[in-house]
Design a protein around this ligand. Sequence first.
Ligand code: 13P
Length: 249
Amino acid sequence: MARTRLVAGNWKMNKTAAEAKAFFEAFNAMPQTAGSEVVFCVPFTSLETSVAMTEGTKIGIGAQNIHFENSGAFTGEVSAEMLKATGAQWVVLGHSERREYFAETDDTVNKKIKKALEYGITPIVCCGESLYQRENGITFAWIASQLRLGYVGISAEDAKKTVIAYEPIWAIGTGKVATDDQAQEVCAFIRAELAAMYDEETAQSIRILYGGSVSPDSAAGLFSMPDIDGGLVGGASLVAEKFIKIVNA
Ligand code: 13P
């Protein structure tokens, strides 16, 4: 089954709205050679600017979190409805930084996936092991648990509307990219797990991205692996010249 390659930038806590505008002025002028889908997940404060700057292009815009309730006394949070109202259509959920610093759990990720889908927002659901877990041989058990708990109560039909990002924590922001084979091994495992949770057809239709120090140099090798359908790119997505090379890899 042909899956359209997806290259998503995760800006994390970077760029003001004015900086986002300047970024898209440069990026929009750069020729895109590959037929990849391109998405930027930006800070909430840059959403409206980013949506406006990419209107009429094929670039998608998203956030990096939502709350799982519709509204109410949740100081500092943003709902799926509010996100949707900006024109954004994507959201990164369960990023390891949110799990580590903001008490995100598989249970809250599960609720957020459901809420995003309810509003027609495409979730990019992150999973990945720490170095400690990898060195102690529990990578696969850990990823299986994150997936199975994250997707509790989500139908095959809805699961197909999601994207999964495999981001080994030891490779995030460290410059220590997983080898093509290491990344492929876990992405293939994720697909096999999805087949066990749902069915082969569902597993084959869900896009699985790799994230963790993806650069213009490492992108082509990673993206050529059979179960890697693109990338979730942090640092290199902040620089238009670097990111376009990854998109075109
Ligand atoms: P880096 O590409 O900066 O390692 O970040 C990866 C990431 O966390 C994307 O979500």
